[in-house]
Design a protein around this ligand. Structure first.
Ligand SMILES: [Zn+2]
Length: 448
């Protein structure tokens, strides 16, 4: 009996050790930097994430050299273009059987926004993978994931001897995060771009916290608005009409009311945040400086305020311009306004910059079917609240969808602790295999 009890105790001890200590041995190694497998899609993703392409000093040379080496290894053609010195653009090509058909272009920007390392759980350029598969890095969602997924999908398709009908191009562009003016904006105007004869393009999208993938058919166009007021200066004790500050404050009041009317629709759930005109004050510049701050007993003769406006493609830009001149900054109140348009708002035929997501656009149904063939689901197509390089291609009348296959993923672009799970990244490769093979095999009529 005593012996039996001892056995029981030994057995319980063994079970205890197994249940409690065995898992500990895993959680001790908090992250795994994949040294064991240097030749996997994940390790190639990590390699790219470790290249510091964050502003203000993005290492484009290393990014181009890594991506080019990958493309060449897969057997693709490459070309480096440079429209502005020090800002290279890598073009990768997989020739199709029928080069007369318009091609497919997959776009990804190489740069990212900066990161504040002290606010991160792990160094933002370490690309560390935690034991639950999260890969932490600046750019992991925006948008270095798609850069590698495009290549990995093509690698897999080629290994299965898939041959595309249409030629597939990938463009790796600089400077998207600072407006794209030395990158995509110059690229679309080049003879090299014209020669690609692009029929359909895909660009970055955003993560989706739910099961469905998000897809974007338009961006909002950013405008900077500066309103300047002038008026007679005067003693701080005197009340008189039309001082610069008074006129500017009236403007701010009217603009705030407009902002409220737009925001109320969002709050009421009537429309999405990205479908209204947003206007947010970003600076106020007024006052006469003194050694201790500002002169307090004098009303200044000049004052200005700056606003960030985002215009959805469904809004009429001329009506907004009229509203600014007539209501927000009327000359009768000694106000002037300046609009800084950051990119196009209409295409070359004067149409809104939108890609159709209905039967009128045959590429839409090919894309949608490719997603469901790969077992994915799409949520209702959206307008992107911010801006991407896609606007430059849409201006040429090219249909562009914004899409990054990240479902069940918190939206962390430009935030601290940006990460992407390894399983989500790997599933994205399968999704692109389906999309790329479907788009490149799509033959409707000669015009598309
Ligand atoms: Zn991006």
């Amino acid at each position: 009996m005593a012996n039996f009890r001892l056995h029981c105790r030994l057995f319980s001890l063994a079970v205890f050790l197994f249940l409690f200590l065995f898992p500990l041995s895993f959680s001790h190694s908090q992250y795994d930097d994949d040294e064991s497998d240097q030749n996997s899609p994940i390790s190639r993703f990590q390699h790219y994430l470790r290249i510091k392409t964050a502003h203000p000093d993005p290492d484009y040379a290393s990014a181009v050299s890594f991506l080019e080496s990958q493309a060449l290894e897969i057997g693709l053609h490459t070309k480096i273009l440079e429209f502005v010195p020090g800002k290279p653009l890598l073009l990768v090509t997989w020739n199709g059987l029928n080069p007369s058909l318009p091609s497919i272009l997959l776009n990804s920007h190489m740069d990212s926004v900066p990161a504040e390392p002290s606010k991160w759980l792990y160094p933002p350029f370490s690309a560390l993978r935690t034991s639950d598969g999260k890969i932490f890095a600046r750019g992991s969602q925006d948008d270095k994931c798609i850069a590698i997924q495009y290549l990995e999908a093509i690698r897999n398709l080629r290994s299965r001897n898939f041959i595309p009908d249409r030629t597939i191009h990938i463009s790796y562009v600089p400077d998207e995060e600072i407006g794209g003016f030395d990158g995509a904006s110059k690229f679309v105007l080049s003879k090299e771009f014209k020669e690609l004869n692009v029929g359909f393009m895909m660009d970055e999208g955003q993560a989706s916290p739910g099961d469905e993938f998000r897809v974007f058919y338009a961006d909002r166009s950013p405008w900077g608005l500066i309103i300047r007021a002038e008026g007679a200066p005067g003693h701080g004790s005197r009340m008189y009409d039309n001082s610069a500050m008074e006129n500017l404050m009236k403007s701010v009041e009217i603009i705030s009311k407009f902002r409220e009317s737009q925001f109320d629709m969002v709050k009421a759930g009537e429309t999405a945040n990205s479908e209204v005109i947003s206007v947010n004050p970003v600076f106020v510049n007024a006052g006469i400086p003194s050694p201790t701050g500002f002169v307090m007993n004098m009303q200044p003769s000049e004052a200005e305020a700056g606003f960030d406006l985002r215009i959805p493609p469904t809004a009429d830009p001329d009506a907004i311009r009229r509203r600014i001149v007539e209501e927000w900054a009327p000359a009768r109140r000694n106000l002037t306004s300046q609009i800084i348009e950051k990119g196009p708002i209409r295409d070359y035929l004067g149409r809104p910059l939108m890609t159709m997501t209905n039967d009128s656009n045959p590429w839409w149904s090919v894309f949608k079917t490719a997603i469901s063939d790969a077992g994915g689901k799409l949520s209702r197509p959206e307008i992107l609240a911010s801006t991407t390089d896609a606007r430059f291609m849409r201006q040429l009348g090219i249909p562009v969808l914004g899409f990054s296959p990240m479902s069940n993923t918190p939206i962390l672009l430009h935030e601290h602790n940006e990460f992407l799970k390894d399983t989500v990244f790997l599933r994205g490769i399968k999704i692109y295999e389906s999309i790329i093979s479907a788009l490149s095999s799509f033959v409707a009529d000669a015009s598309q």
